[in-house]
Design a protein around this ligand. Structure first.
Ligand code: HEM
Length: 144
């Protein structure tokens, strides 16, 4: 179950990035189909939030497992990333995607575009890319 959740969390990142780019493109080219793409994006983002919360609470590095002996949260780059930076930035990005959905529904292309652009930057910064330092980096695809 834990591995399945992690794999899903890994793959869904690509779905979200793809939907974000499509929806952003539609915002800048003023396409009415933004109504449905923004909805799918919001559904994917909220699913990610639920899986993320599960991992954050009950996953192998979840808060209920506690910090290992001698580790100080804000001084340890691995735990600081997975307990603070990653969840915080991603939750803000998901809130922005949710706000963007409201704007997209009203065909307010400009505000949708800006909200999604900021969300995209937050997500790109907070993803544990393989080249990330201090052991926090993860594979491009699950099981790699
Ligand atoms: C758009 C939103 C998000 C994206 C794109 C994202 C992306 C990722 C990726 C790619 C990984 C590495 C998966 C792997 O090792 O194969 C990861 C791990 C993790 N994410 Fe997220 N995430 C998002 C939201 C969240 C949220 C909202 C939370 C918590 C509330 C969260 C908590 C975690 C935790 C705790 C891990 C480490 C799990 C472990 O190693 O056991 N994520 N995330």
């Amino acid at each position: 179950m834990e591995t399945g959740m992690l794999h899903l969390h890994n793959v869904l990142r690509w779905v979200i990035l793809l939907l974000l780019l499509v929806t952003l493109y539609q915002a800048f080219t003023k396409k009415e189909s933004i109504r449905s793409s923004s909805l799918w994006l919001m559904i994917a983002a909220h699913t990610m939030l639920l899986i993320g919360l599960y991992q954050f609470i009950a996953g192998r590095y979840g808060i209920t497992k506690g910090l290992p002996e001698g580790v100080e949260l804000m001084k340890d780059s691995f735990y600081r990333f997975y307990w603070v930076e990653h969840p915080l930035l991603m939750i803000v990005a998901i809130i922005l995607i949710t706000l963007a959905r409201g704007k997209a529904k009203a065909l307010n292309y400009k505000n949708t575009g800006w909200l999604l652009l900021i969300a995209l930057i937050f997500i790109l910064v907070a993803i544990p890319w393989p080249f990330r330092e201090a052991g926090a980096g993860r594979a491009w695809f699950p099981g790699m």
